[in-house]
Design a protein around this ligand. Structure first.
Ligand code: IPD
Ligand code: CA
Length: 270
């Protein structure tokens, strides 16, 4: 049986409500792809509307909680100990290109610790959720990280930089290092879902630099509750503010950390 709680229920309800118009927008995009102007403005307004609905719904049921949200819906609440960390569309580029791999991602932080996470792909209707101490789930199924102990049979997800992002050379060097000793890497373009896939054992691990707190907040709870380890790329716990993440099971996480650190030993950036 899947675990539910009042906290998870309200987050899930908000995600489902915000998802409905988003699914309609995704259908509309097909027509917009061919226009000269492109879907940029349309996607921005879908992103903003999704965030607005999430904040409205969550504020009704948890008045006073603070918000940190991608599109600027950042607000300190009266309740200083709770904060929702929201990515209205994680995988925006996929969304814009009609690729059905994106998610609404909502994390709940309590006293500086991530305690609940919901990641919802509205197109596949895959709902990932976890609350600290109560396990991680996909729909009604309990999630568990993969059990592989060696890098060779393992499949990893990575996030790579693109136009206007820093760190291209380093990212390529790290990807090359992992490609050589593993069963391969995937870059499927939504950090929250990369983490959900690690929680469910589809990917053996995931790493990325240059992230924002809303990319990983919910995923941190998912992976931990599925029995995995999450750190930043220095091996510390500064995943939210530090902008880097590495997650895998307890065997692979230290091996991957060592390998990635060795890839860029003397330089601080590219
Ligand atoms: C992006 C996605 C992508 C990752 C980027 C993120 P966005 O989030 O998670 O997979 O590589 O670093 O910025 O912009 O689509 O919400
Ligand atoms: Ca994101």
């Amino acid at each position: 049986m899947a675990y539910t709680s009042p906290t998870l229920n309200v987050i899930i309800a908000a995600a489902r409500k915000a998802a409905r118009p988003l699914v309609r927008d995704f259908g509309e995009l097909e027509n917009l792809q061919i226009s000269m102007k492109g879907p940029g403005d349309f996607v921005t307004s879908a992103d903003k509307r999704t965030e607005r609905i999430l904040i409205e719904e969550l504020s009704k049921v948890r008045p006073g909680y603070g918000f940190l949200a991608e599109e600027g819906g950042t607000a300190e609440g009266k309740d200083k100990s709770h904060r929702f960390i929201i990515d209205p569309i994680d995988g925006t580029t996929n969304f814009m290109h009609g690729v059905p791999h994106f998610a609404i991602s909502i994390g709940l932080e309590r006293e500086g610790q991530m305690v609940a996470g919901v990641i919802y792909n509205p197109i596949t209707d895959d709902l990932y959720y976890a609350e600290k101490g109560h396990g991680a789930y996909l729909n009604n199924k309990r999630l568990r990280v993969a059990g592989r102990k060696e890098l060779a049979p393992s499949l990893f997800a990575v996030g790579l930089p693109f136009l206007a992002r820093q760190g291209h050379e380093r990212a390529l060097a790290e990807a090359a290092a992992v490609m050589k000793i593993s069963s391969g890497i995937r870059r499927i373009g939504a950090a929250s879902l990369d983490m959900a896939y690690v929680a469910g054992g589809r990917f053996d691990g995931f790493w990325e630099r240059g992230l924002k707190p809303w990319d990983v907040a919910a995923g941190i709870v998912l992976v931990r509750e599925a029995g995995g380890m999450v750190s930043d790329l220095n091996g510390g716990t500064d995943m939210l503010a530090g902008g880097t993440i590495l997650c895998a099971n307890e065997y692979l996480q230290p091996q991957l950390l060592k390998l990635l650190k060795a890839t860029w030993p003397d330089k601080t950036s590219d």
